[in-house]
Structures are given as structure tokens and as C-alpha cells.
Design a protein around this ligand. Sequence first.
Ligand code: OGA
Ligand code: MN
Length: 295
Amino acid sequence: MSLHLRPLHPLFAAEATGVDLRTPIDDPTLAGIVAALDRYAVLVLPGQALSDAQQMDFSARLGPLETTIKAYRPDHKARLDLHISDVSNLDENNRVMAPDDRRRMNGLGNRLWHTDSSFKAIPARYSLLSARAIPGAGGETEFADLRAAWDALPDAMQRRVEGLVAEHSILHSRASIGFTDFSAEERARLQPVPQTLVRTHPGSGRKTLYLASHAGSIRGMALPKARLLLLDLMEHATQRAFVYTHRWRLHDLVIWDDRCTMHRAREYDASVPRDMHRTTVSDGVSTLAQAGLAA
Ligand code: OGA
Ligand code: MN
């Protein structure tokens, strides 16, 4: 079997075929997938009808798996293994959630531009999202190339943002859409964490912005100035020219590099099942440590 790549966008994102992730792949194929991610940042692998165990086994070849923060709630009723983020609109009995279900409201946060787990001190390296059931229309996922966004910033802006440290919290992004239903334990465990605003991507050597709706402040900067700078950068980074829109087919597996992209879900008719299972590979090190800075 050999990996075949077909670009899906002028800047990034490619379709990857010629591999079957249901069985263990060899090291050269794995290295080929990592190299493709370093180049394209988003890989679409069609026709991967994976079980959760197969998805976890393959994902773990890329690094340590994260556990879902939904486990921070004592009332958490798991439909899936704790190493799988349930990105569906289904309850623990596989039924479509009620329109006002708290979990559904929380999940609406995925419609904001973000990168996964930037609200964790050690954020995500890769996310792998597997389409197990899809609605007839809507529910696309959009991706933005933050390397291209960095490259396109004027020199003066590059100089201004390089070295800045933002504070990210999922409480901030959820509050921005009016969702505040978090327990005391969640509030304590989801306090803001520092992330460099500009990163050097280790695999490609390219510089990249590191942004998300989770970012709510910048160290050493007055809050209104920081918020406006973050809004300007988000607007810049999500220009259409930097965005690839993925229209899901059943059994697509999409892998993205969280260090240099943002993504968001688009609206769909939530009365029909959309069943998406995500595994997340930790980056293993904080962005500050990666940049040689002390926390
Ligand atoms: C995710 C996510 C977007 C979507 O799984 O991390 O943000 O389209 N998903 O479901
Ligand atoms: Mn996400």
C-alpha cells in the first residue's frame, strides 16, 4: 500500500488515499502521514470505516491520547471511551439530544473558530475526527491555515505579535456565546493557561499564528487592547483565501494539525443524527516550553 496525496486547496489540505487504518500500518507509512501533515496540516482520508478501538490504536501511533474534559463533571454519562471526544448530538442511549440539552448547548461552542485543547497547559498536536453518521445537509467543518495567515501579516504586525503570550480558557469562549453552565470543579480546572501567540511549527520549520476563540487576554496588555488585537488577528486568519471547507462523507477520517490551524463546525439540522468521534493527540509539551520560555 502506498500513500497518495491530492491537494484540496491552493494553500493546504489534501486527500490521502492508499492506506487502510483498520489494521496496523508500517513505520514508513506512518512517517509518510506525518510528513503529509507537516506539509498540508489537514488530511482527509475517505472510506475509513473505523471502530473506536481502531481509531484509538491508530491515533496512539501519533502520540499520547488526551482524555475528554467532559469527565470533569460528576454527572458525566459516557457514551464513548474517555479517550474519545463525543462530537455528536446523541445522548448516552444513542438518541438525538433534546433541543435544550446542556451538552448540546456546550457543543455549540465548536461553531466558534478554535484549535483543540488550547485551553490546556499542554495543548493538542493532532485531532482525528471520524464521521460515523452525517446529516443530509450542513454540518461542514471549516479549517483555516494559520501558517498562511502568519505569512500574510504585514512586517510591522509580525513584529508586534511575536513574543506575545495569550491566555486561553474554554470558559471564555463559551461565555462569548452566553454559555456559562459550568460546575465549581470545572471552573477550577479550566482556568486560563498561557500560550504563545506565534509558534514555530517543529515539523516544517514554518512560523504560524496560534489563535482560538478560547484566547481572552494577552499578558501585559490592557484587556480592551488585547481583545481587539485578538479579534483583528482572528478576522485576518479566517479570510476565505485561508479557509478549506470540508463536506463530510460517511466514514471520512479527517486529521488536522492543531498547532497551525483553526477549525469550526457549521450549522446543521440537529434533529437528525450527526455522529462524529474525535481522538486527540497531545503535543506533550507546553507552547512556552517549546519556545524556550518559562511558564
Ligand atoms: C472537533 C470539532 C467540528 C465539527 O471535533 O474538535 O471542533 O464540525 N468539530 O464537528
Ligand atoms: Mn474542535
